[in-house]
Structure formats: C-alpha cells, structure tokens
Ligand binder design. Structure first.
Ligand code: B12
Ligand code: SF4
Ligand code: SF4
Length: 212
C-alpha cells in the first residue's frame, strides 16, 4: 500500500491528507519510525458523505467522533497503520503541535491553527501512523502576506483579546446576537481568505452546537 492508494481510500469518505511528517525516536508514540499523516475533511464534499452515515442518524452522542473511529480503524488495518484521534478525553494527543510540524499549518494571530488550504476552518478527524516515509511541506504561512489580518478584530465580543476567552464566546453564542456564529460558524474564522466559503453552514452549525 502507498500514499496514493491512501488518497483514493480517503476520498471515498470525503477525507484528505492535510499534512504529514516523519516521526522521530523522541516522539512518545508506539512506533519509533515511519510517518504521521494528518487527515481532515475534504470540504465541501465531506458533509453530504458524513450525513448519509448510520452514525449521523442513530440519535446517539458524538456521531462524528464515532464515525471517525470506525473509518480510521478500518483504514489503519488496510494500510498497516495505527489510527490516533484528537478526541476521547484528556490527556489529549498533541494535534496542534503535530499540525505545526506538518509545515502546512501555523499559529494564526488569534491562536487557532491556519492551514494552507483550509484556512482557519482546519480540523483533523484522525492521524495515521504509517510505516512509510513522508516529508513535511514547505508552504508559506498565509498570515505573513495577509496585510489586514481581518481575523484579529472580527469577534463581536473580543474573545481573542488575550488568549481565547471561552466563557465570553459561549455567553455570546447563547444570546440572540450569537445566532450568526451559531448558524454560520465562528465569525473570526470566516474572515480568513484562505479556503473561504468551503465550510458549508450546516456543517459549521453542527460543530457550533456540539461546542456549546
Ligand atoms: C481542549 C480543546 C479545546 C478547548 C480549549 C482550547 C483552548 N486552547 O482554549 C475548547 C473546548 C475551548 C476548544 C474549542 C474549539 N476547538 Co479545540 N481542541 C481542543 C483539543 C481537544 C485538545 C487541545 C490540547 O489540550 N492538546 C494537548 C496539548 C498538550 O497538546 P497541543 O495541542 O499540541 O498543545 C498546543 C496547543 O495547546 C497550543 N495552544 C496554546 N494556546 C492555544 C490557544 C488556542 C485557541 C489553540 C487552538 C491552541 C493553543 O500550544 C500548545 C503547544 O504547541 C484539540 C484536539 C487535540 N487533541 O489536540 C482541539 C483543537 C485544537 N480544536 C479544534 C477546533 C476545531 C475547535 C473549535 C473550533 C470547535 C468547533 N466549533 O468547530 C472550538 C473553537 C470555537 C470557535 N470559536 O470556533 C481543532 C483545531 C482548530 C484550529 N483551526 O485551530 C483541534 C485541533 C481539534 C480537531 N479535531 O481538529 N478546543
Ligand atoms: S485572516 Fe489573514 S492573518 Fe488571519 S489567519 Fe487568515 S491569513 Fe492569517
Ligand atoms: S464563535 Fe463568535 S463569539 Fe466565539 S470566538 Fe468566534 S466570533 Fe467570537
């Protein structure tokens, strides 16, 4: 099995490779060589594929996490890999740090990750620890050429004034004025020109409900 076979297998589920890097012996991982491949939704194709699955319709909790685990475990078996997930409770696996190591995501002015194609809407459904060698990318950080940096001032309650004020954000989301963020997705994330418009409002609203 190879990287391109993995691309094909991911596409069937509306997923894509969002970054990769070679692991080192110092990483606290169950293998000491190979690569970590970060996997994200391929938007907007992902949403209609996910909403056609059993997990989305069965009425049980955490449908996207349960779906991710089912797909990730099957991919791991097919590709001789180990599947790792960003959810499941503390201690969390360091996906933010792994994203930085991929060379395709960076810390934005508001602290969230910004990705070379997904922008501020980047999210990872899983990582696959594979036996083959993958190199990090060398894309430029988009914020360095983004003169206005609109994300920095777009939050209506200034939740990014110093770190991320989760309480201020959630208080706003519960108010009538917060329905814009609740139904369209985080206003600050939406200002990023990178990948703008690829997150469908119904997909964004699903995550906002689960966040709140
Ligand atoms: C805990 C957590 C949260 C917490 C607290 C985040 C915070 N820092 O305040 C809460 C619940 C508030 C949260 C919210 C959201 N989160 Co969150 N979260 C996580 C989670 C599960 C664990 C982070 C962690 O503690 N890791 C363990 C530490 C030891 O390792 P590390 O992550 O490498 O550590 C680095 C980061 O903590 C980073 N860091 C330091 N300060 C800050 C501040 C911010 C804002 C961030 C993002 C990172 C960050 O520095 C550390 C060293 O490099 C990660 C998934 C994961 N497993 O990593 C997602 C993750 C960071 N979150 C993510 C997402 C998508 C969200 C939401 C947007 C969810 C949504 N609605 O869709 C919301 C934000 C709401 C909004 N306005 O849109 C994405 C990344 C998004 C991005 N572009 O940055 C991740 C990677 C999950 C994923 N599946 O992809 N999250
Ligand atoms: S809006 Fe500009 S500064 Fe903000 S994350 Fe996107 S590219 Fe970076
Ligand atoms: S969801 Fe809305 S209130 Fe929360 S951080 Fe984003 S813009 Fe601010």
């Amino acid at each position: 099995m190879t990287g391109s076979a993995l691309d094909d297998a991911l596409a069937l589920h509306g997923l894509q490779v969002a970054g990769a890097f070679q692991i080192s012996a110092d990483d606290a991982l169950p293998r000491k060589d190979g690569s970590l491949i970060l996997i994200s939704p391929a938007e907007p194709a992902f949403w209609p594929i996910f909403t056609a699955t059993t997990e989305y319709h069965d009425g049980q909790s955490d449908p996207m996490d349960r779906w991710s685990r089912r797909i990730g475990d099957a991919l791991a078996q097919d590709f001789g890999a180990l599947a790792l997930y960003p959810f499941g409770g503390a201690p969390f696996l360091p996906f933010y740090t792994w994203a930085l190591r991929s060379g395709r995501a960076w810390a934005s002015p508001i602290g969230f990750l910004v990705h070379d194609t997904g922008g501020l809407f980047i999210s990872y459904r899983m990582a696959l620890l594979v036996p083959w060698v993958a190199s990090p990318s060398t894309s430029p950080r988009p914020c360095d050429s983004c003169t206005d940096q609109p994300c920095a001032n777009a939050c209506p309650v200034g939740a990014f004034a110093g770190g991320y004020d989760v309480t201020a954000c959630k208080d706003h989301l519960r108010s009538p004025a917060g329905q814009d963020c609740m139904t369209q997705g985080c206003a600050a994330r939406r200002t990023c020109p990178v990948g703008q418009g690829t997150r469908l409002p119904t997909h964004a609203a699903f995550h906002m409900r689960s966040f709140l």
